[in-house]
Design a protein around this ligand. Structure first.
Ligand code: GDP
Ligand code: ZN
Length: 458
């Protein structure tokens, strides 16, 4: 049981016409009442009701703000505690004043993530749902938002629970055999363990397969813009960024050797990399730059190769086209405003026509076709199925891999007729590792670490 009452501003700081202060805890209702001037008494208010009034300093009688106060009684609230939400009208200054007033009445300022932590500790949500709330707050695109939303609703938890249930059944089966060991039964049990482990491993593999896509959706499709100098790579990057700049751009670690921009095209988040010109060079310093852009090229999920319509294909470009044959690549023939020298027929021998986009970045032509081509690649594939469960959290991926490794141990041991009480340990490990994903067997410190990632007020 948690005893103290906490408060924080729940809406983003900054200018806004309304701000919400959230208060949660045993004394939330009487504490707020001390500073609330209204015809209704909050302590007598029914749950889920809204009350009009003023926040007033009880000593100086100064009216701080005109407010709407919502009362939600335990356990029907996000934290499962008594919750009061104060909708303030004023700007930042008066919101801050309201908060200060509350803090002077025995309410404590909430730590980042503390509301969600309470929801977790009070049994309202499990750990993977709590982490999904973090992802919701941070998600960079609609698509990532939807996946986080799904996870918050518990679709991953559901699948993990099913898997764990299967393992519990397996453990129970093994347990019976430990208690009543007979040779032929033991042989059958070994076969059973192999079967059940294989089944569970297949399920884990399915979840892990989605991890790669989950990562793409969360962090953006890594898109390298390549081509020889002066074809218009930087112009293209700027044009794309201007039209589609992603909402969130506070990603640390941007290197200056390769320029990065986050954009969202038709809901697909792209991490665009403008690389230095890729070509052979003898200059050592320049070689480092080229080395970097080559590795950007090999790491990319999608490659935009920019060519100049006003020049013929050169050897470097032909070599690059050959090299990129098996990759996801879109060729941009830029500068179509110039007299045409580039041989499109020759280009078509390297790739399908829908992968070739004619553009003039300078005259703002072809941008829509480019966006369509990008969407086509990623919506034709598996990324489209919105109702799949995507595993996108690094901690979850790690734990799934560990759980899988434990099951493989169990399976191999069973195949070699290792005594089954030894095998039981591996199955149990796997069950615990899966449990850590949903917070069933995690230590206090991990919980603190996870919740400290939240913003204040969540
Ligand atoms: P980068 O070296 O590949 O990054 O190329 P830049 O983006 O720096 O562009 C090189 C030059 O080409 C600049 O002077 C641009 O203004 C020009 N440029 C870019 N796009 C076009 C285009 O569509 N048509 C024409 N005529 N010039 C362009
Ligand atoms: Zn450039």
């Amino acid at each position: 049981m948690i005893h103290d009452t906490i408060a924080a501003i729940a809406t983003p700081l900054g200018e806004g016409s309304i701000a919400v202060i959230r208060v949660s805890g045993q004394d939330a209702i009487p504490n707020v009442e001390q500073v609330f001037k209204s015809r209704t008494r909050l302590t007598e208010a029914a749950t889920h009701t809204v009350h009009y009034g003023f926040i007033q300093d009880p000593e100086s009688l100064e009216k701080v703000d005109e407010v709407l106060v919502t009362v939600m009684r335990a356990p029907r609230s996000f934290t499962m505690e008594d919750v009061v939400e104060i909708g303030c009208h004023g700007g930042l200054v008066s919101v801050k004043k309201v908060l200060d007033l509350l803090l002077s009445k025995g309410i404590r300022l909430a730590e980042p993530g503390e509301f969600t932590k309470r929801a977790f500790l009070n049994g309202r949500i499990d750990l993977s749902q709590a982490e999904a709330v973090i992802d919701l707050i941070r998600s960079k695109s609609d698509r990532a938002y939807k996946i986080a939303m799904k996870q918050a609703e518990g679709s991953l938890s559901q699948q993990i629970k099913q898997l764990r249930q299967q393992l519990v059944e397996l453990m129970a089966h093994i347990e019976v055999n430990i208690d009543y060991p007979e040779h032929d039964v033991e042989e059958m049990t070994s076969a059973f363990i192999v079967d059940k482990s294989r089944e569970a491993i297949a399920k884990i593999d399915e979840l892990l397969k989605t991890a790669e896509q989950g990562k793409i959706i969360r962090e953006g499709i890594v898109t390298a813009i390549v081509g020889r100098p002066n074809v218009g790579k930087s112009s293209l990057l700027n044009a794309l960024a201007q039209e589609n700049r992603a909402i969130v751009t506070d990603i640390p670690g941007t290197t200056r050797d390769v320029i990065e921009e986050y954009v969202t095209i038709n809901g697909i988040p792209l991490k665009l990399l403008d690389t230095a010109g890729i070509r052979e060079t003898s200059d050592v310093v320049e070689q480092i730059g080229v080395e970097k852009s080559r590795s950007a090229l090999s790491d990319a999920d999608l490659i935009l190769l920019v060519l100049n319509a006003g020049e013929e294909l050169n050897d470097d470009e032909l070599q690059l086209l050959e090299q990129l044959k098996d990759r996801q690549v879109i060729v941009i023939v830029n500068k179509i405003d110039l007299p045409r020298k580039l041989d499109i027929g020759r280009l078509s021998s390297f790739l399908d026509e829908e992968r070739i986009v004619m553009m003039s970045v300078q005259e703002n032509r072809g941008m829509e076709e480019l966006e369509k081509a990008i969407s086509a690649i990623f919506f034709s594939g598996r990324l489209e199925s919105n109702d799949a469960t995507y595993v996108s959290n690094v901690r979850h991926i790690h734990l799934l891999k560990e759980a899988k490794a434990s099951l493989r141990e169990a399976m191999m041991a069973a195949e070699q007729f290792v005594p089954i009480d030894m095998i039981q340990i591996d199955v149990r490990n796997s069950w615990e590792q899966l449990g850590e994903i949903i917070g069933d067997s995690v230590g206090e410190s991990l919980i603190d670490q996870i919740f400290s990632q939240f913003c204040l007020g969540k």
